[in-house]
Design a protein around this ligand. Structure first.
Ligand code: HEM
Length: 141
């Protein structure tokens, strides 16, 4: 459950992300693969070299999915249901990787939104990304 303040922070940060989903999503994945190279094992069929078009395109998809969850915080498990199936049953992504990607997304947001990404916004967004991760991996349990 989110407080009204948390919801407002998540929505206002997401409004700033929307025009940049491809670039910022690409940056988050580039960081993931550079800082936590073990995450590359899920992307053997994808060009994970820095700046690759495939990374940007995938980053765009990931960020847009996060945006759909941000737009309907109370119904996230319905909104993300097919992605949950994909990550849990088809891709079998070890849940620890969601924490690693969330961390990279937070760093990208802090870089691009230095004044908006206050400690309160950081806290709200961390909670939000942690719940996205729970939804995408809950079918493991
Ligand atoms: C595919 C979202 C985390 C690995 C996808 C797709 C989306 C998505 C939207 C494309 C689905 C489609 O094309 O129908 C997310 C979100 C995440 C997340 C919102 C968490 C915030 C992760 C993590 C990993 C991962 C942590 C592994 C390290 C993959 C792979 C694919 C995929 C391997 C398929 C790529 C391809 O074949 O093109 N994800 N994802 N995802 N995701 Fe995730």
């Amino acid at each position: 459950m989110y407080s009204a303040t948390e919801k407002a922070l998540i929505v206002s940060i997401w409004e700033k992300v929307t025009p940049h989903t491809e670039q910022w999503g690409g940056e988050a994945l580039e960081r993931l693969f550079a800082v936590f190279p073990q995450a590359k094992i899920y992307f053997k069929h994808v060009d994970t070299s820095p700046g690759s078009a495939a990374i940007r395109s995938h980053g765009d998809k990931v960020m847009k999915a996060i945006g759909s969850a941000a737009g309907d915080l109370d119904n996230m498990s319905t909104t993300l249901s097919s992605l949950s199936d994909l990550h849990a049953y088809n891709l079998m992504v070890d849940p620890v990787n969601f924490k690693l990607l969330s961390h990279c997304i937070l760093v990208v947001l802090a870089n691009h939104l230095p004044s908006e990404f206050t400690p309160e916004a950081h806290l709200a967004f961390d909670k939000f990304l942690a719940s996205v991760a729970v939804v995408l991996s809950h079918k493991y349990r």
